[in-house]
Design a protein around this ligand. Sequence first.
Ligand code: FES
Length: 368
Amino acid sequence: MCADRARLSIDHAVLPLCLCGLMASTLRGAAELFNKRTFTEIMATAQTPFELFLNEHDEEAWSATLTVLLRSIHEVDKNGTQIWFAFFPLSLFHALKQADDSQKLAEELLLRGNYYLKDQLNTSHTFLYGHRYWLYVKEAVEKHAAQFNPGDDLSLSDQILSVSQELAREMKIDQSLLVGITTIAFMTIQQVGLEAFQVKAEMMIDKKHARKSAEHVLRERAKDDSQGLFGFLKTIDKKWTVTYDENNETAKYRMHNIQDLAWGAANDRSQNWSEINPRLREGPIPVECRSASCGTCWVGILGGGEKLSDVAVREGKKIKEFGYIDTAEPKPLIRLACQAQTHGAVSIVIPPWNGVFGKYLKALKEVD
Ligand code: FES
């Protein structure tokens, strides 16, 4: 009963208590659900030397690799690449894969929506500028995987840089535009397997948006709404635009100054949201509690993060418990939309799922 209420109730008072109870039982059950298949055994299920090489890298190794690569990623995709890695955490993928009953574990972690990368391997990164090169990147990474020789002894970051450099030369574009999306391609193979990765894909972005330069996209992200001739005199009646899909001109809503992002989204009555996606009740951002208790409303911040309020104590604590991000930064790339208030235009990404898994993964790590 309590678990059902935790999933379905919008009763602000009841929900946090239920979640606490549920999380406690989840943690107690962690040892049972975690079967003793090891990282090495997961590696053994991989088919090719390249997959075996990728599987030598756990979340910490990837985090270190990403830190190295960020220096080579174009500004337009620096945030997007980090957001993507937060949306598809390797440790959660491993936990589901290692569980005796992944469906049961998903229910205990309150996972809702589309959390498996395998179900969206060609569309999970449409918010990256580099997505427009995805078909070429796929081809280049597949070629690299086929020619991979473990004896070459190249690090993960060196391989990603080498593939993106070669492709940039062929395409006559700046390598920095390809590093982020190539990094994502490597991680995608690790989570979905090479065979699934090789399935043919189609271009997912329209020509009009594909033609925009990276500088154009950055300028659009930096732009604030004009408040009219005497806008500088306005205070609370200022209005800002929130863009939640940079590849769709209609994927925007307007909100009042110092409103939180979720509140502004709830005023968007332009569509029947629940028909589009059952996780949506009011507006394009899923919400349940509006009090940093459920974790439903997490979003990535592509641009304008500096115009959001600083993370308050409760948001900072809860977002770690949910498992979305572990940082003490005052303006991180992942926020709870029901807590982040804006005083300017922002560009966000709404993840396709939500859950409460931070404590569970921490417990698993300790068991390990
Ligand atoms: S709506 Fe529940 S955490 Fe924001």
